[in-house]
Design a protein around this ligand. Structure first.
Ligand code: PEP
Ligand code: MN
Length: 263
């Protein structure tokens, strides 16, 4: 059960050697999509240098248009594994379908369930049966209760290693891509013992807003953030407008120092 009523203390989920929940404020970073070996390795080295603990990168991409880049698939997973070995950072990557679960488990340390699949109950059960850490992103229009019940599916399948992620919800607002619901972070931390992450990249869709909302995430009590970074955002094959440049990522980590060090 994910409720604090049944477990008062915070759960800690270990992604490789990185504990998420409890003490540390963990920064996960990397490109939206794995695009090539040089692209991934260069950004991985860069974010690692500035203090990222977990490497993110999509190999199977849930794109709104079927005509947009769909990800490198298994080749992308292999590149993530290589980047992990070179940098020492464990990895998180999205699994979109039950048929991809085994491959993602083979190469990746934490399985991401994307917002569009938060209520794909068959997929939730399948990742629940793996026992691997799962990063569960809140659906685009899901209530907090629905998100917690989605987590319950994974836990009920035998896997307690669930990390919740607020990534913004759809509202009437159009100035930003989504509306980052910081209420949900505070609420989920009170209601559930699971670690809660914030994704300020998808939450805002605007690179200039990622750093201020990252500070807000830390202030509201999130256990960490997952952010998109690209060393050449104008060339990115997905989500370039919300990717932090290397310099912006360095600045972000600088501003998070009080939270990361207090941990
Ligand atoms: C992503 O992390 O690149 C992603 C597609 O996220 P979401 O499922 O939150 O849209
Ligand atoms: Mn993205």
């Amino acid at each position: 059960r994910v409720s604090r009523d049944v477990q008062p203390h915070d759960s800690v989920v270990n992604i490789g050697n990185v504990p998420v929940g409890g003490q540390d404020f963990v920064v996960m970073a990397g490109p939206c999509s794995v695009e090539s070996e040089p692209q991934l390795l260069s950004v991985a080295e860069r974010v690692k240098t500035h203090g990222a603990r977990v490497l993110r990168g999509g190999a199977f991409k849930p794109r709104t248009s079927p005509y947009d880049f769909q990800g490198m698939g298994i080749e992308g997973l292999k590149l993530l594994k290589k980047a992990s070995e070179l940098t020492g950072m464990p990895t998180v990557s999205e699994v979109m379908e039950i048929s991809q679960v085994d491959a993602v488990c083979e190469y990746i340390d934490c399985l991401q369930i994307g917002a569009r699949n938060m209520q794909n109950y068959g997929l939730l059960k399948a990742v629940g049966e793996t026992g691997k850490p799962v990063l569960l992103k809140r659906g685009l229009s899901a209530t907090i209760e629905e998100c917690l019940l989605a987590a319950e599916y994974i836990v009920d399948a035998g896997n307690p290693n669930v990390i919740l992620c607020e990534r913004g919800i759809r509202t009437y607002e159009t100035a930003t891509r989504n509306t980052l619901d910081l209420n949900a972070v505070a609420f989920m931390k009170q209601r559930s013992h699971l670690p809660v992450l914030v994704d300020p990249s998808h939450g805002t869709g605007v690179r200039e807003l990622v750093t201020p909302l990252s500070r807000a995430a830390a202030a509201v009590g999130a256990d960490g953030i997952i952010v998109e970074s690209h060393l050449n955002p104008s060339e990115a094959l997905s989500d370039g407008h919300q990717a932090l440049t290397g310099d912006m990522f360095a600045q972000l980590m600088q501003e998070l120092t009080p939270f990361v060090q207090a941990a």
